[in-house]
Design a protein around this ligand. Structure first.
Ligand SMILES: NC(=O)c1ccc[n+]([C@@H]2O[C@H](COP(=O)([O-])OP(=O)(O)OC[C@H]3O[C@@H](n4cnc5c(N)ncnc54)[C@H](OP(=O)(O)O)[C@@H]3O)[C@@H](O)[C@H]2O)c1
Length: 276
């Protein structure tokens, strides 16, 4: 078995490879990257690094050759029409080199989404069916680190977290938990032609968030509803399904996902640039 992973230099791709190395040997992994010069650490671990640019279809054929499984990590291009074409290039290449199992990182509970990326992910899922390659759709929840745009640092300083009024519930998870679940699918059996909703099993709320912030900072932080609040994130959150939950991820990782408190603690300790 050899597993090719696109976006291998990215945050999720790196974490998946780290998990895979706990379970399979380095020579079973092919790291497909746009910038091989940034993948020295993979070389040093004995992982084969191959050049892969979604915009260069010929590079994909070479990158995926001989791989039995291919994980397409969705493109990070800002233009969803471009992403659709890039994903199609990957699917065409997967067909040409006879990949046996195609896996794709999609987005959780897509059907209720009203934003352009929801259409892109759904379109890619449909396109995967046209390949007739056995597939697994890994519908990732919103990453918990979205909280970085809520102004947590200011909330810690002032003791108040302003939010837009509404009923907000979050099924988010960490990239680390997603990587664990995805690595379990890549190395396990019986996942062909399945779609997994990789979310938390129980949603958290802004009340939970301020409780955690208060505990972690040793001072009370309260919620303040502000109907005039200007923050683009609420427009985004209001157009995706962040409240539906599933047990799929916990089944795959064999236990509970990382708690909100630990997730926020990890974010705060890695917050070198002050995004929180
Ligand atoms: N669930 C969520 O909340 C959420 C949030 C944001 C994004 N996403 C999606 O999830 C994906 C993975 O997340 P992440 O955190 O790992 O993102 P990331 O760190 O930005 O990684 C994205 C990877 O895609 C690669 N890539 C971009 N354009 C490419 C191209 N033309 N050809 C080949 N590779 C290309 C990048 O290559 P380089 O290393 O060369 O730049 C990078 O390695 C993102 O790409 C995005 O589609 C999900």
């Amino acid at each position: 078995m050899s597993i090719a992973i696109t976006g291998a230099n990215g945050q999720l791709g790196s974490l998946i490879i780290k998990e895979l190395l706990q379970q399979i040997s380095a020579d079973q992994i092919i790291a497909c990257v746009r910038h091989p010069e940034k993948a020295q650490a993979y070389h040093e671990q004995g992982i084969e690094v191959r050049y892969c640019d979604y915009d260069q279809p010929e590079s994909l054929i070479t990158a995926f050759a001989g791989a039995s499984k291919l994980l397409l990590i969705s493109s990070s291009d800002k233009d969803d029409t471009v992403r659709l074409r890039q994903h199609a290039h990957v699917l065409e290449a997967a067909k040409k080199v006879n990949v046996e199992h195609l896996l794709f990182t999609s987005f959780a509970f897509l059907e209720k989404g009203l934003i352009s990326p929801s259409h892109l992910y759904l379109a890619t899922e449909h396109a995967i069916h046209t390949t007739r390659i056995p597939y697994t759709i890994l519908r990732n929840a919103l990453y918990t680190d979205f909280v970085g745009v809520l102004g947590l640092e200011a909330a810690i300083a002032s003791g108040q977290l302003p939010i837009l009024p509404g009923v907000w519930k979050f099924n988010t998870v960490t990239r680390g938990d997603l990587a664990l679940g995805i690595a379990a699918v890549l190395t396990g059996n019986g996942h062909e032609n399945r779609t997994y909703e990789l979310t938390a099993s129980r949603p958290w709320t802004f009340d939970d968030l301020v409780l955690v912030l208060s505990e972690l900072n040793g001072k009370p932080i309260t919620l303040v509803e502000d109907s005039q609040l200007q923050n683009w994130i609420y427009g985004f959150l209001g157009k995706i399904d962040t409240s539906s939950t599933s047990l799929d991820l916990e089944r795959l990782i064999g236990g509970p996902v990382t708690s909100l408190k630990v997730s926020i603690q990890q974010l705060m300790s890695s917050n070198v640039g002050g995004i929180i």
